[in-house]
Write a protein of this length. Structure first.
Length: 263
């Protein structure tokens, strides 16, 4: 009698069964590019809302996707893909097949500046006092200034003290930066325009040239009530989330020449 091969009769990992469905894979692919509402996903996939909602529910139950009520319209929700969780589950799936298939999580380490071509990125939110300022600073740090990064807001106000503190904890000084109105960038060309606020996404102006519009639905930490000390953990959570998103975003902009449309 031959030797028994370990794991020969085991079922495929749950991640593969969940993500392997054709429609769910298409949903994951869409959300890997940008946070989106159900109606957007229905239009892009050409599927009925009931079917899209069902499969989004399966992805949420599996911990791959999360939903957040829109700050622009509470009747809508934005769906986001947890890329870090996907990375972990893909690694586990590979290891389940063979130890040599465990991937190296390259997204955790910043790319060398020479690995990123000079592209122009604009982050937008409402006040340009927290989210977009932190995103700008984090991307600058991760690329050593190789990427030309800017930020602005629809109703600019001063940079929040807790945004300054959160960046200081990461070795970045933004204390001297000012909030800017998005009109300051009218007529300029960008490779990526990333909205971090649901309200700003609704009124995002047109920019010339070919560029990619991306949305990251992130609640405004500046709207949380309390003292600076009491609300700081909220800013720290936002900064940590932005760090993860930017870590993945770096691998999208690698090798994209300025002025060309990203894929």
């Amino acid at each position: 009698m031959g030797a028994v091969v370990a794991g020969r009769d085991s079922a495929p990992p749950g991640f593969l069964r969940l993500a392997g469905h054709p429609l769910r894979w298409r949903l994951l692919s869409e959300l890997a590019c940008s946070d989106r509402q159900v109606r957007e996903l229905c239009g892009r996939l050409g599927q009925a809302q009931s079917l899209v909602s069902y499969h989004l529910g399966r992805l949420r139950a599996g911990g791959l996707v999360s939903a957040r009520r829109s700050s622009a319209d509470g009747r809508d929700a934005y769906y986001s893909l947890d890329l870090a969780r996907c990375s972990e589950l893909l690694a586990a799936a590979g290891a389940a097949l063979h130890p040599a298939l465990i991937p190296v999580p390259s997204w955790r380490a910043p790319l060398a500046p020479s690995a990123v071509l000079p592209v122009r990125v604009l982050f937008l939110c409402t006040g340009n006092g927290a989210r977009s300022q932190m995103a700008e600073a984090l991307l600058e740090q991760a690329t050593g200034g190789r990427v030309h990064v800017f930020s602005a807001g629809s109703h600019p106000k001063r940079v929040h003290v807790n945004a300054v503190r959160a960046m200081s904890e990461r070795g970045i000084d933004i204390s001297g930066r000012r909030a800017k109105h998005l009109d300051e960038f009218a007529g300029q060309r960008f490779d990526y325009v990333i909205t971090l606020c649901d309200r700003v996404r609704e009124i995002c102006p047109e920019f010339p040239g070919r560029h990619e519009l991306v949305h990251w639905s992130i609640a405004d930490p500046g709207r949380v009530e309390g003292t600076a000390g009491e609300t700081y953990p909220v800013f720290e959570t936002v900064a940590a989330g932005l760090s993860v998103r930017i870590g993945f975003f770096l691998h999208r902009i690698r090798g994209v020449p300025s002025g060309q449309e990203a894929t």
